[in-house]
Ligand binder design. Structure first.
Ligand code: KG4
Ligand code: ZN
Length: 344
């Protein structure tokens, strides 16, 4: 049975996991930098890479110790190499290469999006193909038609901000802190989603593309116009604002999935990435799924956000197919999922 070490450091989470075979998670460690970036209202790339450097080796040591394994037991290493913050990606990739070289273990670079889209398989290994895959996080919002492992057809993506970024930027406007998604999710539970009508950002002529920058501007204008109301970030008006923003984002995401369902005549959808943690999103999507005989899958919360188990799982499957990365593989800040990583 293979034993794969997964390493993920593309953004602000340092994550390490060990998987037996492609699915059995022995350990899944995540050290978040959330508190460090919070005072800045967003991620500071230089700080992120420095934090990864400090944390990554102790985290790998901890994963090995807690599973009573050593480098000699590993059969492969999987590491996120794209897309992401270049300095952060380089930390994970350099560590993976060093362990690979020193212990003569094959390593494979993994596309972060491929990790997210396959995360639900860790818990639901029998999700049927073809299916639609909605990837919604702080860095990405994209829709794919997936015909098999490794076969991703691009359907649409955001033209500007990602859905999670919209949650984060809007939360920052009303002083709710960073990251905004979880707070908006909580506050919205007490609010009225129909209190304020915000735009859903349609892209003319592209029914499967997304746009969230107009929503951010609309919220900014609304808050500026009603400044006195929004001074107290504890007040109930913020609950209504959060619920209304969330409604606009969730309905925008759902409309694209509905277009994809109608076009592809597909009956399965996977929703993944940090925004897939959103409870209202899950409620609305589940209801839509029931009405349209669509099976909708989400990873559990810990596997929705950045983690290394999803990277190890994808890497283990590529390694089992005989693919390997070479020592010349470099980290790349932007690379479409439909462009496979070079392998030997
Ligand atoms: O997948 P992820 O950990 O990192 C990226 O690859 O971006 O996603 C983080 C994003 C953040 O924008 C965060 O605000 C959002 O996911 N998020 C949520 C929720 N939990 C996290 N958005 C809405 N509702 C949530 N409950
Ligand atoms: Zn992610």
């Amino acid at each position: 049975m293979s034993l794969t070490l997964g390493i993920e450091s593309s953004c602000d989470e340092t994550a390490v996991a060990l998987l037996e075979g492609p699915r059995k998670v022995l350990i899944n460690l995540i050290q978040s930098q959330e508190k460090i970036h919070s005072p800045y209202g967003g991620i500071v790339p230089e700080i992120a890479s420095r934090c990864h450097i400090e944390v990554i080796l102790p985290l790998i040591d901890k994963a090995l110790k807690e599973t009573r394994t050593g480098f000699k037991d590993l059969t492969g290493i999987a590491v996120t190499t794209t897309p992401g913050l270049i300095g952060s990606l380089l930390v994970g990739l350099s560590v993976a290469k060093a362990i690979s070289y020193a212990h003569d273990i094959p390593f494979i670079g993994v596309n972060h999006l491929e990790g997210h889209l396959n995360a639900p398989f860790l818990e639901y290994p029998d999700i049927p193909y073809p299916h639609l895959g909605l990837m919604v996080s702080g860095g990405h919002t994209a829709l794919f038609y997936i015909t098999g492992f490794g076969h991703y057809q691009f359907l649409g993506a955001t033209r500007d901000d990602a859905a999670g970024e919209a949650f984060d930027k809007i939360a920052k406007l009303v002083h709710l802190g960073y990251p905004g998604g979880p707070v908006v999710d909580q506050r919205a539970r007490k609010g009225d989603p129909h209190k304020i009508k915000f735009p859903q950002g349609k892209v003319r002529g592209s029914p499967m593309d997304f746009s969230f920058s107009g929503l951010k501007t609309a919220v900014l204008q609304h808050v500026q116009k009603n400044q006195a109301l929004y001074e107290d970030s504890q007040g109930p008006v913020i609950d209504d604002l959060c619920a209304s923003v969330q409604e606009a984002i969730v309905q925008a995401l759902l409309a694209r999935c509905e277009s994809a369902r109608a076009t592809k005549k597909c009956q399965t959808l996977v929703v993944t990435g940090g925004v897939a943690c959103n409870q209202y999103l899950r409620k609305v999507f589940n209801q839509w799924g029931q009405e349209n005989e669509m099976a909708v899958y989400y990873p559990s919360l810990l596997l929705c956000t950045d983690n290394a188990a999803m990277i190890a799982s994808v890497g283990a499957r590529h390694l089992a197919e005989g693919k390997r990365s070479s020592m010349t593989l470099n980290a790349v800040a932007h690379r479409p999922l439909t462009e496979p990583l070079p392998v030997e």
